[in-house]
Design a protein around this ligand. Structure first.
Ligand code: ADP
Ligand code: MG
Length: 344
């Protein structure tokens, strides 16, 4: 029997990952698209477009079509997805059209969900399904979502933190905060501006976060420093400044506190039986933002609930979308699919 390939897509605010059954993750690119202003002709997508951010001539713009966990520009999202899909579709899969499962941030509206499904079908899929990212993250981390046991997933991405309690194949409670990795970067840039009088770009802030950042420093964590370049706010000239991990910890307190509040808020409205399951299993942390050093520790101290950092935190959603295609019987009630949208 010939059949189309099964493809899973993590449509994230920071990056897009594509999983092909039997091949694994075949594409991992920033969620960026560059086009000519006016004509809207697409110049580049992904890594190539990312390099253009902040460096384009006047007539070209490089944009992030997903922002803060929602689709900021639908047309651009569609064009970006179509380009990425073209990159991974083989001649065989163009003929035996694939089934595609897309993980979207839970803040994406019903109208946008339909639009994404439509875009995927137009790009050559036989059928398209959408799944909420926290659900995909849980599946991708090996949680059996079909059983009547509660699990809590906190997925910290670039633009949004999605918090969800899952049981029996469905989402029991959830929220999406617009505080995640990007906000961490902005908080670092703000801190450096006010405490060091230095203006730094978003990419420098992100590097600081990844290299020396932490949610907290334990006594055994060594204090590390980094030299950064930026513009001195007083002289207006380039300057090099030393920043330490203590600075970054302080800079990140506010956004981290907001994530803690979000998690506590969901715990407070979760039914007691499920809370008991969550205490047994621990809160599952996924997404690139969850890799901030000691963030799991801080979350555990603040909630009193064990916290488990997913083994494949960055890939969990993509892996989960792929596996979800094998679990359609369990998920069918919770998915948006091209079968029921395009019929209407
Ligand atoms: P999305 O699902 O929104 O596309 P990701 O799950 O890919 O986002 O996570 C992207 C975020 O993770 C970015 O803000 C990035 O800076 C952050 N990130 C990646 N690696 C690390 C790390 N080692 N430490 C802290 N943050 C990280
Ligand atoms: Mg994500």
């Amino acid at each position: 029997m010939f059949r189309g390939e099964d493809i899973g897509i993590d449509l994230g605010t920071a990056s897009v990952l594509i999983y092909v059954r039997g091949k694994g993750i075949v594409l991992r690119e920033p969620s960026v698209i560059a086009m000519v202003q006016g004509t809207k002709e697409v110049k580049a997508v992904g890594a190539e477009a990312y390099r253009m951010i902040g460096r384009t001539p006047a007539n070209i713009v490089a944009a992030k079509p997903l922002r803060d966990g929602v689709i900021a520009d639908y047309t651009l999202t569609e064009q970006m997805l179509t380009r990425f899909l073209k990159k991974v579709l083989t001649p065989t899969s163009r003929f035996f059209r694939p089934q595609v499962m897309v993980g979207v941030p839970s803040g994406v509206t019903e109208v946008e969900r339909r639009a994404v499904v439509q875009a995927i079908v137009e790009a050559g899929a036989k059928r398209a399904f959408l799944i909420d990212e926290p659900m995909a993250a849980a599946i991708g981390s090996g949680i059996n979502i079909a059983e009547p046991t509660g699990s809590m997933v906190v997925d910290i991405g670039g633009g949004s933190t999605d918090i969800a309690v899952i049981s029996l194949g469905g989402i029991v409670q959830s929220t999406s905060l617009r505080i995640a990795g990007n906000e961490f970067d902005e908080a670092i840039a703000r801190y450096i501006r006010t405490h060091k009088n230095l203006l730094i770009g978003e990419r420098t802030a992100e590097e600081l976060k990844i290299q020396i950042g932490a949610a907290k420093l334990r006594p055994e964590d060594p204090e590390v420093t980094a030299e950064i370049r930026g513009r001195d706010l007083i002289s207006g000239l380039p300057k090099t400044v030393e920043v330490s991990s203590v600075d970054i910890v302080e800079a990140l307190q506010e956004p981290i506190q907001k994530i803690i509040e979000g998690v506590k808020g969901i715990l407070e409205i979760t039914p007691p039986e499920l809370i008991s399951d969550i205490i047994d299993r621990g809160i599952l942390l996924t997404g690139g933002g969850s890799l901030l050093r000691n963030l799991d520790l801080v979350l555990r101290e603040a909630t009193g609930v064990p916290v488990v950092l997913a083994e494949n935190a960055i890939e969990a959603v993509a892996l989960g979308t792929g596996r979800a295609l094998e679990m359609l019987h369990v998920l069918k009630d919770t998915l948006v699919s091209s079968d029921n949208i395009l019929k209407r």
